[in-house]
Design a protein. Structure first.
Length: 217
């Protein structure tokens, strides 16, 4: 009898864990311009809420616990910021975990297609160490990637991509460190939210010093 009771208790605990386990949120399911009520932003286990400004609500996932982007883990030190402007999703700002940077870059580029514009930077690193990074970026953006013949272990790579799909702006930035690590940052914003200065870190009109000055207007 006691054995049956223990089995029933175990089954009950398992069911409780299944039903009440921590929720997860796939950021790639969020579409800019959608009614924010479609999504689970009010879930306090996932997001912190700041509605200090009229028409603007910010949702934060400080450590990205339970938040991913199409099954890609996100950086737990940078967090994710979602801006809701006048009840609609106005912007998404996030970073993939360093280990998954290349996978994240590939997914974002597949989502948006050929960039409207891009800029390049130089990295000086151990050539063997960054070989996987170089080869992956070469497939994604062959015309923007090359070893510099006159500078040992230095190559030029696309450090930022910009997209304008007519309604939204999206920017993906990457930085390759000396030790071969690759960092990333992605922000996608509706033109409406951008032009009303509703998004943290973005300023309208675009400062003349920005590489996107002639594109974001």
């Amino acid at each position: 009898m006691m054995k049956k009771v223990r089995v029933l208790v175990l089954i009950f605990v398992v069911l409780i864990n299944i039903c009440c386990g921590s929720k997860s949120f796939d950021l790639s399911s969020v579409s800019l311009g959608d009614d924010a009520k479609k999504y689970d932003f009010e879930n306090k286990d996932l997001f912190l809420k700041d509605a200090a400004k009229e028409d603007i609500t910010q949702y934060y996932a400080d450590e990205n616990k339970g938040v991913s982007y199409g099954n890609i883990p996100l950086d737990n030190t940078m967090g994710t910021r979602i801006t809701v402007y006048k009840g609609k999703v106005g912007a998404v700002d996030t970073n993939a975990a360093e280990k998954y940077s290349l996978e994240f870059i590939e997914k974002i580029m597949k989502k948006h297609g050929n960039p409207t514009a891009s800029i390049t930077d130089k990295a000086t690193v151990d050539a063997q160490l960054v070989k996987p990074i170089f080869e992956k970026l070469k497939k994604l953006s062959p015309e923007k990637l090359s070893w510099n013949q006159n500078e040992k272990n230095t190559f030029t790579y696309p450090s930022s991509f910009f997209w304008d799909d007519g309604k939204n702006y999206s920017i993906l930035s990457i930085s390759i460190e000396d030790d071969g690590r690759i960092r990333n940052k992605y922000i996608s914003v509706t033109k409406d939210a951008y032009r009303n200065n509703a998004v943290f870190g973005l300023k309208y009109p675009t400062p003349q010093g920005s590489p996107w000055y002639k594109y974001m207007n």
